[in-house]
Design a protein around this ligand. Structure first.
Ligand code: TXA
Ligand code: MG
Length: 325
């Protein structure tokens, strides 16, 4: 895999049906021409992703929706687009026939977002086609927020556009539109509170129409490091094993366990900063040979904190049970 910053080369690769890893403001994506089913098939292969998990299609101009969303397009789409695009919001809507079934895993809907990262925008524009891209990690592994995280996991893509550390560090918020209002399918970089300022949000229990089957990718276990991860109830008085790695919310709290490898997610407990650093902290612990199990402090579930806790719970899922036994 070549690594660099040559957007023209990357755009040509996309046009040629090849795979390009590119930075977005959330995490790195593994991209292919969304209308080229053969290229999209390679995405699933390289990621070892089951084909029941649909991809997000990335656009650089609102006009590209015409070939993706079936008309009539729900007016709520434009309301959301105006407020949050370009940015980390993914909208699910009935698709046109032109969108390959492989992109949507056979669902009648397609998920679309317009990234704000300048490299992503330029890539899509120069490629002249929407780009289907999941996060550029192996299926079930940690999401990549730096080029190095991708190199660690994937060798199959043709080119990796290096854009440094991503801005949000956590994936986009995925929403769908029901008759009663907008429903969150996956918490992410845009907090529910921000959405609620622009549209009516309905509860996550609201029934979905037949065209809106529940998101197949909403697995309970996901984004997981290759070592046991435990969520702590409180770090204050707990004795941790010597070979632990500890992830805490702020620099101040990092002093609680002086003899243990500790990483702080933020200086002063700022939630956005914690989101940016979450996956990097997990990657760091995963790579450290001295660490055999990872402990992490919970964060408060307000704003982007809800998406952070969602990722933490999914990363810890397979080990939570073991610990309780
Ligand atoms: O920030 C992001 O969203 C990143 C960057 C690369 O854009 N992408 C990302 O893709 O996180 P991925 O594939 O890791 O997650 C996409 C999520 C999955 O949970 C999938 O099930 C859901 O979006 N999704 C995709 N199409 C859908 C559809 N038609 N209906 C419901 N959910 C869908
Ligand atoms: Mg992913």
């Amino acid at each position: 895999m070549f690594i660099g910053t040559d957007i023209d080369y990357a755009a040509q690769a996309i046009r040629d049906g090849k795979l390009v890893v590119f930075p977005t403001e959330t995490v790195y994506g593994l991209g292919a021409n969304a209308f080229d089913a053969y290229a999209v098939a390679k995405v699933f292969e390289v990621k070892e992703r089951p084909t029941f998990d649909p991809l997000i299609v990335h656009i650089s101009s609102i006009h590209q929706l015409d070939r993706l969303f079936q008309s009539p397009v729900n007016p709520q789409v434009y309301r959301l687009a105006e407020a949050f695009w370009p940015g980390p919001l993914t909208i699910v809507h009935l698709k046109t026939h032109e969108v390959p079934d492989l992109v949507t895993s056979g669902l009648p809907t397609v998920a679309v977002r317009m990234p704000s990262h300048p490299m992503a925008q330029e890539l899509i524009e120069k490629a002249g086609t929407p780009i289907a891209a999941p996060s550029a990690n192996r299926f079930g592994y940690l999401s990549p927020t730096q080029a190095q995280h991708v190199v660690k996991q994937l060798s199959g893509p043709d080119y990796l556009l290096d854009g440094g550390q991503t801005d949000y560090g956590i994936e986009s918020t995925v929403v769908t539109i029901t008759d009663a209002g907008v429903r969150i399918l996956r918490h992410g970089a845009i907090p529910a509170e921000a959405l609620a300022e622009h549209v009516t949000l309905v509860s996550e229990e609201t029934p979905l129409g037949t065209e809106n089957l529940p998101s197949p990718g909403m697995l309970k276990s996901h984004y997981a490091p290759r070592k046991p991860l435990y969520v702590l109830e409180s770090t204050a008085f707990q004795k941790l094993p010597k070979n632990s790695g500890l992830i805490v919310s702020s620099t101040l709290r990092a002093t609680l366990h002086p003899n243990i490898k500790t990483v702080a997610l933020s200086e002063n407990g700022d939630l956005s900063e914690m989101a940016v650093n979450l996956f990097t902290a997990l990657h760091t612990m995963e790579e450290d040979d001295e660490v055999s199990e990872i402990y992490i402090e919970p964060v408060s579930e307000i704003g982007v904190g809800r998406a952070i806790m969602d990722r933490i719970r999914k990363a810890a899922f397979s080990y939570l049970k073991k610990k309780e036994e």
